[in-house]
Design a protein around this ligand. Structure first.
Ligand code: DSN
Length: 478
């Protein structure tokens, strides 16, 4: 039997790797096997296409290309220019953006590029103007001191971590919380929803330079038109981090007031979550911020990864195909089916449901911490991650929540009926897990008690469920 192109490509790659370090080849094969067998509900993960994966394993990995197209610090970048331009072109077309910068290595890097671009654009700093890469050698010691003074204490208002915001939106232990004088807006304690009047009030009081919207663990839509009005009312630059829901924007599930691109001054994203591309980041903006954004490397970023930019171009081309819209809608349909299945069985959900790709279960309803629930589910073949809930009494380490998302299972082809089965499996595990105790008898926030036979039964049911939806059906490693 002749193998298809994808099987041949991956088999050949593993054979070549195995000849040098067989343990790496084995680990790659084992990773595929593990991914095939687990019920992956991590909201920020997905399965990139074989074409996207294969675009990363090649000679572009060897090339340095600091700077950007037309302004490189290295010679011989003509082919990197081709893939960087293709990725940017696809991104602009897909999102209707004037400018796209496709070099960031991650969402955090994309946010840093955006912060620096905004500072450079907004802060009246002669020292900063001089510090732009082309003049950096002209800076005196006095300029450096002035630069720190002029940039210090700029203000940022973002969503708090426990309400669903991201570390880089000013959380103290993150560099963003040290770069900026930061204040957070939360969600309404009764509904769990963003209270725009409260955001407006905080903005009026605090007068931030940057208003940030976007989230990692908020299960609802955000009205970006209203957020932009709030930003405008206090003269703030409006930045949206759409890392989690970029696929829903690309697939036109989030349109109008819920599409950040027409409303924000600058939008950042990852490329690997609901967008289903390679691990990486991206910045979209209008012409007024484009030049500063393009200075991301070497201002903020290490050298670009041309092999990943090639993969971004492939994945963005895939997202421009008509069938991506159907995929994006199915992500949301599945999340809603999963939420309904959990609610029907008595689970407590933050905001009572979802409008997007993720669901946040408040597992205090089962008498568990997030950490206990996460591990019990993992023992049962269900991969999730623990996450704080608003005003979480257990903090960001133990937490009281489990965040689940549907981009990955939707890629595998699971639908509403399988989401109901998934809800049943999760509820079975969570309702039969009890908190454990420390050696001295005090209650533990990490230990738990779950009958191993039950965990095994659920694992088997999860793997039976997945058997009907093979992952990478075109890839046979033999
Ligand atoms: N790690 C990503 C997530 O899981 O949401 C965000 O950085």
């Amino acid at each position: 039997m002749s193998l298809n192109a994808e099987s041949t490509a991956f088999r050949s790659a593993l054979e070549v790797i195995r000849a040098v370090e067989p343990r790496v080849a084995d680990a790659i094969g084992a990773e595929l096997a593990d991914q095939r067998e687990s019920l992956k509900l991590i909201a920020s993960e997905n399965y990139a296409s074989p074409a996207t994966l294969l675009a990363m394993g090649n000679w572009f990995s060897d090339k340095y290309a600091e700077g950007t197209i037309g302004r490189r610090f290295y010679a011989g970048c003509q082919n990197v220019d081709t893939v960087e331009a293709l990725a940017a072109e696809h991104a602009k077309e897909l999102f209707g953006a004037a400018h796209a910068y496709v070099q960031p290595h991650s969402g955090i890097d994309a946010n840093l590029v955006a912060f620096w671009a905004i500072l450079a654009d907004r802060v009246e700093s002669p020292a900063l103007k001089k510090a732009q890469v082309r003049q950096v050698n002209d800076l005196t010691e006095a300029d450096w001191f002035a630069l720190r003074r002029e940039l210090g204490n700029q203000r940022m208002l973002g969503m708090s971590l426990d309400a669903g915001g991201h570390l880089t939106h000013g959380f103290r232990p993150n560099i963003s919380g040290k770069m900026f004088d930061q204040r957070s807006y939360g969600t309404d304690p009764a509904t769990g929803l963003v209270d725009y009047d409260k955001v407006a009030e905080a903005a009026r009081e605090f007068k931030p330079l940057i208003l940030v919207a976007g989230y990692s663990a908020y299960p609802r839509k955000v009205n970006f038109r209203i957020m932009r009005e709030i930003a405008d009312s206090v003269g703030a630059t409006f930045m949206v981090d759409m890392a989690h829901f970029a696929g829903l924007v690309a697939g036109k599930v989030f349109t109008g007031d819920f599409d950040p691109v027409p409303h924000a001054h600058i939008v950042t994203t990852t490329t690997h979550k609901s967008l289903r591309g390679p691990r990486g980041g991206m910045v979209l903006c209008g012409p007024e911020l484009a030049d500063q954004v393009d200075r991301g490397c070497p201002m903020v970023l290490g050298g670009p990864l041309p092999h990943v930019m090639a993969a971004k171009a492939v994945a963005l081309a895939e997202a421009r195909r008509p069938d991506f819209a159907g995929y994006a809608q199915r992500i949301v349909d599945n999340a809603q089916a999963l939420a309904e299945g959990l609610l029907r069985r008595g689970a407590k959900l933050v905001t009572g449901g979802t409008d997007n790709h993720l669901v946040l279960i408040d597992v205090s309803g089962y008498g568990l911490t997030g950490r206990q629930a996460e591990q019990a589910l993992l023992d049962s073949g269900i991969v999730t991650n623990r996450n704080a809930v608003p005003q979480d009494p257990n903090g960001a380490w133990y937490t009281s929540g489990i965040r689940i998302g549907t981009p990955a299972l939707t890629t595998r082809g699971l639908g509403a009926s399988e989401m109901d089965t998934t809800a049943e499996l999760m509820h079975t595990v969570l309702s039969q897990t009890t908190p454990g105790a420390n050696a001295d008898g005090t209650p533990s926030k990490a230990k738990y008690v779950l009958d191993p036979a039950l965990a095994e039964t659920v694992s088997k049911q999860a793997s039976d469920l997945l058997a009907g939806f093979p992952l990478y059906p075109s890839v046979d490693l033999g």
